[in-house]
Design a protein around this ligand. Structure first.
Ligand code: 3PG
Length: 328
């Protein structure tokens, strides 16, 4: 008689949950590391246009090498693909540089509190630019998001208008990026990872001339010398770290997106912001007042409410992640 060994193998569902858990943990960890190094670099070298450009350049280079060495298969693209990618890349570029400018002016935690208001932008843009209407609970869920962000902003000890506007512009740009991407990716066979690689490359081409015009090599050279004299030769590794981690966290988020629904992704993205806010407050000793933390908590709670009320209507709402899923 065969031995009756009672080993409980995880069923498919638990294996899938474990896989998603690993993706999420990796994504958040990479994002926290990116945010820490990004802020360390910006503190010593306040040139966000260049650091944004370097993040895109590093990601583009990593993907070109991966394609050339066949670590990853290069996508088959045509002119039409690049044409439809263009508006996405413009919005991605604006959203990326605006977030980086914001983080160069205010605490990382403050930028991410304002960025947790992105769902409110999604609904308002869809309502006023696209003429879409939503059920009342969706609008009501925006109240804590907007109210919480407003409370966090007015009680922020290191409030700076450029920092605030940068995060707001980033929210708006990323909502348009989502909408354009939904159209652009429909029916295309390019994987999420390669779509993001192409997006990085096109954004790099768009951003480079603007970075040169806004900041330029003279400022960069002087700033770099100053940063190296303050930080030491390790400064270059900080720049490498922020660039590499920027690409890696985005890439892992795209890999997780193949596995999960937009709703799960949206909740994951909010949880990511909580990790970044908490980690950056601890690492940078960011001063916060109880009322300021309350505003952040209300805004984040509002994002969860928004996710919940969208369970029924999610498919019609562009969120920070919907565009990744438009292939599905
Ligand atoms: C950027 O630099 O693009 C922002 O830090 C992006 O932020 P997010 O991926 O958390 O929206």
């Amino acid at each position: 008689r065969p031995l009756d060994i009672n080993i409980e193998l995880p069923d498919e569902q638990s294996a899938q949950k474990l896989k998603i858990g690993i993706y999420f943990a990796t994504w958040w960890a990479l994002n926290v590391v990116f945010n820490i190094y990004n802020k360390k670099v910006l503190n010593a070298f306040p040139y966000p246009w260049l650091t944004s450009t370097l993040s895109l350049a590093c990601g583009s280079l990593m993907m070109l090498v991966s394609w050339a060495t066949r670590i990853a298969d290069a996508p088959k693209t045509d002119l039409e693909f690049w044409k439809t990618l263009f508006p996405v890349a413009v919005a991605h570029t604006i959203g990326h540089v605006a977030a980086t400018v914001s983080m160069s002016k205010v605490a990382v935690s403050f930028t991410h509190i304002i960025k947790s208001g992105e769902p409110a932008f999604s609904v308002l843009v869809s309502r006023f630019f696209m003429g879409e209407t939503f059920p009342l609970p969706v609008y009501l869920s925006l109240l804590p998001i907007i109210g919480g962000c407003a409370l966090a902003a007015i009680t922020e000890l290191n409030f700076n208008i450029t920092g605030f506007m940068g995060a707001m512009i980033s929210n708006l740009a990323f909502v348009f990026r989502n909408i354009f991407s939904k159209k652009g990716m429909k029916g295309k066979s390019v994987s999420g990872m390669n779509y993001y690689a192409c997006l990085s490359m096109m954004s790099l081409v768009i951003l480079t001339p603007f970075s040169i015009a806004v900041e330029g090599p003279q400022m960069w050279a002087a700033g770099w010398q100053n940063a190296v004299s303050q930080v030491g030769p390790n400064f270059v590794w900080w720049v490498v770290a922020q660039s590499v981690f920027y690409h890696l966290y985005n890439q892992v988020s795209y890999m997780s997106l193949d596995q999960i629904s937009p709703l799960t992704f949206s909740i994951g993205n909010t949880m990511k912001r909580i990790s970044v806010i908490v980690a950056s407050i601890i690492i940078f000793h960011t001063p916060i007042q109880p009322v300021n933390a309350l505003g952040a908590a209300i805004a984040i709670f509002g994002t969860f409410l928004y996710s919940q009320v969208n369970k029924q209507t999610y498919s019609c709402l562009p969120t920070s992640s919907t565009w990744f899923f438009s292939e599905q």
